[in-house]
Design a protein around this ligand. Structure first.
Ligand SMILES: [Zn+2]
Length: 539
């Protein structure tokens, strides 16, 4: 195996460094000492959904189209994004297209699983009950092993210790599954897996370092096993999609806009309200399957047949949608009197959308007013103070074109901002007449911009150098270069050439770029048209 990538969702040096210093993470410590490491700068927002697609495509969100967990749905509703929404080739697609075999396990936003040489076992955002692996026999084998991409047991864990025990079990199961797949595809060239457990425990119990440390130590052992299994000739990358830190307060963004006179509420709580749509690619309709079962046709039999006949992609297009009601606040937005509104998932970074005429269903802002309103909001965001301590609430605020570029930028929110030191969780919830509020549950954590990057192996410098900052988009081109493959010229990331041993063949060989062919451009256009048509049909 040429490259093994292990992801720790939300993994941070703030936890790792004190542990390696006291010898408590023997594997990670060794990788750092005998390899290189750097801070890995996430996407804006530093959220799982844009960050992992940026890793896997080497592109900024303007080129792959995932700006948040959610994107625009019907009306003012939101739709959860999945792998079908990533409009750029993934690293494993590129590797697979050149004949390389890949194992990809539990990477977020990989459902529905891509058909590549090797296997994809989808991760976070896989709908419950869905077929989470390609090819199908892998799905069946993993299911028999009791493997699941879901972490639904988290909700039942009432104490830090219970959560720790549960997460150690799920991480262990995942590690077993990856070892099994490494053995099965023993000629594989690339393997990647992401442990989500670090993100989960840090969100819930950031202040409880005892359980966090314990989980990292357990995962250190799983990392050891994976590296051993991969063998000495493998270059190892350990990385995270974003860092972590405490959440001290909530910033009520819609209240901020209301105070600026840009958002109005109606007391009519029976208004259409908000809802969230999860696209589901489950290949079953309950009543239909029940009827088939009666005559002895099982889902598995149909899948097996479909797999043989190469019909899986067609089955996968038969999507089903589930609507989930979001908790309604008593105060509903009066769209006909609203010029701007909160439009993202809740987090230390958030987005605001202008209620633009012709674009939003009940838009009232004219095109010629757009710039003025946007500039006003940007200015006010940078000025708004926490009434309790006089500190700025917002650290940075951007126009979408300040931070993104590419064909899908028109789908990005109009304004994206980061809260001060990322310690405020921006939310759309309304809490009386409060601009900020204290979280009900204390001691929680949330994301930061700086994740981790550690590289170690036969081609990597071995003096334990700290290389400063790298970007999450740099890893895909760097990995392609490790395979001596051409890098598509529209990737935004750069090869991290300074991680390689000086004088080694990888360090010496020229970086090869590949022009995007006319044929590929046309294919991309057709894909776009298809997506647009689908959207028109579904709305
Ligand atoms: Zn998280």
């Amino acid at each position: 195996m040429r490259v093994l990538v292990i992801g720790l969702d939300g993994g941070t040096f703030d936890i790792i460094k004190p542990l390696t210093a006291s010898g408590k993470l023997p594997t990670i410590g060794k990788l750092m000492r005998n390899g290189v490491y750097a801070d890995l700068i996430s996407t804006i927002p530093p959220v799982t959904s844009p960050a992992w697609p940026s890793f896997m495509t080497g592109k900024n969100p303007g080129k792959h189209g995932i700006f948040d967990f959610v994107g625009k749905g019907r009306g003012y509703s939101k739709v959860i994004k999945n792998a079908k929404d990533i409009r750029a080739k993934t690293l494993w697609r590129l590797l697979s297209d050149t004949g390389k075999t890949c194992i990809v396990v539990n990477v977020p936003v990989t459902y529905p699983p891509e058909r590549i040489r090797g296997c994809v076992v989808s991760g976070m955002l896989t709908p419950p009950g869905a077929c989470y692996a390609y090819p199908l026999d892998i799905y069946e084998e993993l299911k028999k092993m009791g493997y699941s991409p879901h972490r639904e047991g988290v909700k039942k864990c009432s104490s830090p210790e219970k959560l720790l025990n549960y997460l150690v079990k799920t991480a262990s199961k995942q590690s077993e599954a990856v070892l099994y797949l490494m053995d099965k595809f023993n000629n594989c060239d690339f393997c990647m897996t992401v442990f989500r457990e670090t993100d989960i425990i840090q969100h819930t119990f950031w202040r409880n370092k005892v359980v966090i440390f314990e989980l990292y130590q357990k995962i250190d052992k799983f990392i050891h096993d994976l590296i051993e299994m991969a063998g000495k000739e493998t270059n190892v990358i350990l990385m995270s999609d974003h860092g972590f830190g405490p959440v001290s307060k909530f910033f009520h963004v819609n209240y901020f806009l209301y105070k600026l006179g840009l958002l109005e509420f109606t007391e009519n709580s029976s208004s259409s309200g908000d809802y969230l749509i999860i696209k589901d690619y489950r290949k079953r309709k309950t009543a239909f399957w029940k009827a088939l079962l009666k005559i002895g046709i099982t889902k598995e039999r149909v899948y097996r047949f479909a797999n043989k006949a190469n019909l899986i992609p067609i089955l996968q297009q038969v999507s089903r949608k589930i609507s989930i009601g979001l908790p309604k606040t008593k105060r509903v937005i009066d769209w006909k009197r609203t010029k701007a509104f909160f439009s993202s998932s809740v987090g230390p970074s958030a987005a605001i959308e202008i209620n633009l005429q012709g674009r939003e269903p009940e838009g009232i802002v004219k095109k010629e007013e757009y710039d003025e309103i946007r500039e006003l909001i940007l200015q006010e965001l940078l000025r708004v103070k926490d009434p309790e301590n006089g500190r700025n609430i917002v650290q940075d605020a951007f126009r979408r074109e300040d931070i993104y570029h590419g064909p899908y930028i028109s789908e990005a929110p109009d304004i994206i901002f980061l809260t001060n030191n990322l310690e405020y969780g921006a939310t759309d919830r309304i809490y009386g007449n409060h601009l900020v509020s204290e979280p009900v549950r204390k001691g929680r954590g949330s994301h930061r911009m700086n994740g981790i990057f550690i590289a170690h192996g036969p081609d990597i410098k071995n003096a334990g150098d700290y290389l400063g900052r790298s970007r999450i988009i740099d890893l895909a081109p760097t990995i392609l270069h490790m395979f001596n493959l051409e890098i598509p010229e529209d990737m935004d990331g750069k090869v991290l050439i300074n991680i390689f041993k000086p004088g080694s063949p990888i360090a010496k060989r020229p970086i090869k770029y590949r022009k995007i062919t006319e044929e590929e451009k046309i294919k991309e256009k057709i894909r776009e048209i298809r997506i647009k048509l689908n959207r028109r049909f579904s709305s």
